[in-house]
Write a protein that binds this ligand. Structure first.
Ligand SMILES: [Zn+2]
Length: 146
């Protein structure tokens, strides 16, 4: 029987798309991927939390040659998105053309197909997509016309 499987268990939920990180009660720091021990203050007992599904694009590029072991399509977008929690997520991007991306633009989490595994399952992973709706709201030309 085939189905849809995450590229790695425990990284994200698919419906709705949310990254599963952790929160340290000792220092208030968020982490992704989740850690039991806080990488900032070394306290134990960081608990799993769903992270914000929106953020801002911090860095980006296109991967044009498949990395070792990678079975999906190229090119694909790859970059860093900063979440409101103050952490930066290394992530796949749905946009593979860097000329169509702008630093600081709003981004939204989604779940995308990656490849089919040997059992015929569709392997999915998380990615950030340009958040067009929010971009429209924040468009400086619209602001100036008011
Ligand atoms: Zn901590």
């Amino acid at each position: 029987m085939s189905g849809v499987v995450p590229v790695r268990e425990g990284l994200f939920t698919a419906d709705p798309p949310r990254l599963v990180g952790s929160l340290c009660d000792a220092c208030g720091g968020h982490h992704f991927p989740r850690h039991e021990t806080c990488p900032y203050c070394a306290a134990d007992g960081a608990r799993p939390v769903e992270l914000s599904p929106t953020g801002r694009l911090w860095a980006f590029t296109a991967v044009t040659a498949p990395p070792p072991g990678y079975r999906g399509e190229v090119p694909f977008g790859f970059g860093v998105v900063e979440l409101p929690e103050g952490i930066r997520i290394v992530t796949r991007l749905t946009e593979s053309d860097p000329s169509r991306l702008t630093p600081g633009q709003p981004m939204r989490l989604t779940v995308v197909p990656l490849h089919a595994d040997d059992d015929g399952n569709q392997v999915v992973t998380y990615a950030f997509a340009p958040d067009r709706g929010r971009n429209d709201v924040a468009d400086p030309i619209d602001e100036a016309a008011r």
